[in-house]
Every structure is written in C-alpha cells, then in structure tokens.
Design a protein around this ligand. Structure first.
Ligand SMILES: *Cc1c(COP(=O)(O)O)cnc(C)c1O
Length: 229
C-alpha cells in the first residue's frame, strides 16, 4: 500500500509525507487489525460505533507500540455519539447540526477536543440512499459555523465518498474546491479525506491528505459491516 501511495504521489508530483493512510478494519477481527500497527500504520478507521469501540478497547489492551489513533468514518446516530467520543481522535462523518450538538456534549469530558471533518454528499443525483450520509455542499458554511461555535470540537476539514456511477476524480476535484471555501472560513481546516481502495490514485491526484483503505489492505469483508452504525 505504501508503494501504491508513493506511485500515486510520484504521478501527481506530491510528497508521500503529505498523505495519511487510514487502515479501515471494519468487519476484520481486532487481532488482524492490530498486526498492521507493527507495520507502522497507526491510523485506524471504523464505520460502526459499537464494533469500533469494542475493537479499540481490545487493541488498547494489547498495549501496542506504537499506539493506534482511531478515525470514525461511518454514519453516526446522535444516541451513539458518546460511544464514539470515548475512543476516536477524529470523526469524518459530521453532516448535520444535530450531530454537532450531540458530539460536542459527548466530547465534554475528554482531555483533548474531538477533531471533526464535515462529510459532503457530492452526488449530482438526489441521494437515493439516506444511509450513505453527507451534507449538501450548500450547507457547508452553516455546518462549519456550527462546529466553530461549540467548545469541545475542532474543525479539521472535509470528507467525501465518491458517489457511485460518477467519475471519482471529478467528485474529488469538487471536494478540493469546497476545501478552499472552508479554509477561507477556518484556515486550519486543511484535511481532505478522500479515496478508498478503488479510487485512491484519483484522490491523491486531486489533493487528498487522508486516504481510507480497507479492502486493499485486509482483503474482502462481509457486506454486513457496510451498514449504518
Ligand atoms: C469501508 C469504507 C472505506 C474503505 O473502503 P475500501 O473500498 O474497502 O477501501 C472508506 N471509507 C468509508 C467511509 C468506508 O465506509
């Protein structure tokens, strides 16, 4: 995977040090996910709150060196905010004001603020799948203001999942455009989380800073783990 990222960076004339690889272990047992820490991949991603919390606790109990840092990348219900703020460093899937409020409240007891990304839905067609998540880009500024207005969240950037059936590169170019809009509001919100196993080259060439890779690292998983958390 490092070689694939390096090749994509060479092609795009970028420094591989600019890219953070997040290993997405959803549907994969804690023991196998932990093995990747030893390879130096310390950023781990999950998309279901309870599975993630259990796995994070299991892996923490192994006291790995280096330790893992957890990214929550799936759709999140408000009533599960507290599960996620218990283990995650960054939540990529903030897409509505009510979730901002719930995460802020849940993050209050933390020592560190919770880092958040705003997830945009860049599907040009009306979203047929409400479980996929993501905010309408028209709501970007309002959502950014909501995060900036609370105490326990830090606004770090944007995330998207390329919509099915459209050219991923075009979607990622749009995301990078919206990142510029966001950075005009909050200059430190520079993270661009885009690219998965199938489209990470397009994401890196568009300007992604974080790629979220599951299948290409761990192999195929059962479809059950794709569902809403
Ligand atoms: C599962 C998932 C990924 C990783 O997908 P792969 O195609 O297995 O690399 C990335 N982002 C999100 C939001 C996911 O749910």
């Amino acid at each position: 995977m490092r070689a694939r990222i390096a090749a994509a960076c060479a092609e795009a004339d970028r420094d591989p040090a600019e890219i953070t690889l997040i290993a997405v272990g959803k549907g994969i047992a804690a023991g196998r996910v932990a093995e990747i820490l030893a390879l130096g991949v310390t950023e781990l991603g999950e998309n279901k709150a309870q599975e993630a919390a259990t796995k994070a606790a299991d892996i923490a109990s192994l006291q790995p060196e280096p330790a893992a840092r957890w990214h929550f990348i799936g759709q999140l219900q408000r009533n599960k905010a507290r599960i996620v703020t218990g283990f995650a460093s960054m939540v990529h899937s903030v897409d509505r004001p009510a979730l901002v409020v719930a995460l802020d409240r849940a993050a209050a007891p933390r020592r560190q603020p919770l880092e958040v990304l705003l997830q945009l839905d860049l599907d040009p067609n009306p979203n047929p799948d409400p479980t996929r998540g993501g905010a309408d880009p028209q709501d970007l500024a309002a959502l950014a203001d909501a995060v900036l207005g609370v105490e326990h969240l830090t606004l770090r950037g944007l995330m998207t999942v390329a919509p099915p059936g459209v050219d991923a590169r075009r979607a990622f170019d749009r995301l990078v455009g919206y990142s510029q809009v966001l950075q005009a509001i909050q200059p430190s919100a520079t993270v661009i989380s885009a690219g998965m196993s199938g489209d990470l080259e397009a994401a890196i060439s568009a300007g992604a800073t974080h790629v979220r890779v599951g299948t290409a690292l761990f192999g195929a998983r059962k479809l059950a783990s794709e569902h809403r958390s």
